[in-house]
Design a protein around this ligand. Structure first.
Ligand code: FE2
Ligand code: FE2
Length: 147
């Protein structure tokens, strides 16, 4: 099984997105490590968090007229439908199928983050910088202090 793990390769330098992605990795890791009798609850937590995560990104794309929104929003919808099927499988005690799905989700998440989400993060940094992201260029002038 592909076990999810946070790495800095997943960082997109857009703070609200990085925060939600860390939360996703934590919850998915918890579900992957859970014993069978905790799989319904831990998987449901992943689905609930992912629903909010995707809604946040979908809202950003719609509100800021992101050019590649349709494709990205469809991917979210398809994945969420699959994850909801996972909840039904967990309730039916088909734990092996849920664990397989969790491994596939971990692989999908890394690819999605580094492609579609990376493009969205770049766009959001331009159209709606956060305080953290606004502050980061100051690091570039640090050479003056170091001289
Ligand atoms: Fe995302
Ligand atoms: Fe996304």
């Amino acid at each position: 099984m592909n076990t999810v793990q946070w790495t800095d390769a997943l960082l997109l330098e857009y703070e609200p997105m990085d925060t939600v992605h860390r939360g996703f990795v934590d919850l998915l890791a918890r579900a992957q490590a859970a014993p069978d009798d905790e799989l319904v609850n831990t998987w449901s937590a992943v689905v609930e968090h992912t629903t909010a995560h995707f809604k946040m990104e979908d809202d950003w794309m719609r509100r800021t007229r992101f050019p590649n929104a349709d494709n990205h929003i469809v991917q979210h919808r398809v994945v969420l439908n699959v994850l909801r099927e996972g909840t039904a499988l967990a309730r039916a005690a088909d734990y092996a199928s849920v664990r397989e799905m969790a491994g596939e989700l971990a692989v999908w998440f890394a690819k999605h983050t580094q492609s579609l989400d990376a493009a969205l993060a770049l766009h959001m940094r331009r159209v709606q910088p956060t305080k953290v992201n606004q502050a980061s260029p100051a690091k570039d002038s640090g050479w003056r202090d170091a001289a």
